[in-house]
Design a protein around this ligand. Sequence first.
Ligand SMILES: C[S@@+](CC[C@H](N)C(=O)[O-])C[C@H]1O[C@@H](n2cnc3c(N)ncnc32)[C@H](O)[C@@H]1O
Length: 239
Amino acid sequence: MCRAGLAGSCHHRDRAKQAGSQMPILLDLFCKAGGAGMGYHLAGFDVVGVDIEPQPNYPFECVQADAIEYLIKDGKRFDAIHASPPCQAYSKAAKIMKRRHPDLIAKTRDAMPAGKPWVIENVEGSPLLNPITLCGYSFNLRTYRHRLFESSVKLKAPKHRYHDKRITKMGRPPKPGEMMHVIGNFSGVSAARIAMGIDWMTRNELREAIPPAYTKWIGKQVLGVLSQTPDETNGERRR
Ligand SMILES: C[S@@+](CC[C@H](N)C(=O)[O-])C[C@H]1O[C@@H](n2cnc3c(N)ncnc32)[C@H](O)[C@@H]1O
């Protein structure tokens, strides 16, 4: 559940440490209802979300604030940072309609604190640098849902499986064996929850979420880097 808060008012990291948590803490920026956050939690992080809108279905602690202001002020308190800036600016529809949206990717990258592992996620066609691409089929999900991940640490992607399953036609629920495209006015919220591996979100939240399996995969790699001493990182942290 998201509480209203001014950027800079967060002391979750200190509170969690005081409460005896041994888990590293990840800041989940542009968190919405927590698809990304859940994956990091499953990997072994405590998670704190930030979103400009109230997020009543976010499963962890959450602050309502501007993500970039929050990152600049409080980012260095966290062990690792994930950001999912809104992707409308790079969507095919926005390009066709020539709609203008703020480009938050560069601003987010520039605000990342030096020395902390960070990840920025977005859609295909977005201006991420040297990203890996994750596909739901690699995680046995019922959606292909390609997403790109740029990081300050070197990330590996699982083998990309050939897309040999049909995608459900828009406007009707999936038939057995089909893959779902969870976008726009998709049909079948309960089928979409199964397809994405997310059981707590509404239709509006699902269509913007990334499957937790993706960030569980990435989170384990980030934890691996955090567990190395600086001498062992061999330049794996890029800044
Ligand atoms: C694509 S959704 C994130 C989805 C999420 N990563 C997930 O996996 O469920 C982007 C979110 O960014 C939020 N947002 C947009 N501008 C923002 C800003 N300046 N600061 C914080 N959040 C913002 C929106 O309210 C929206 O919830």
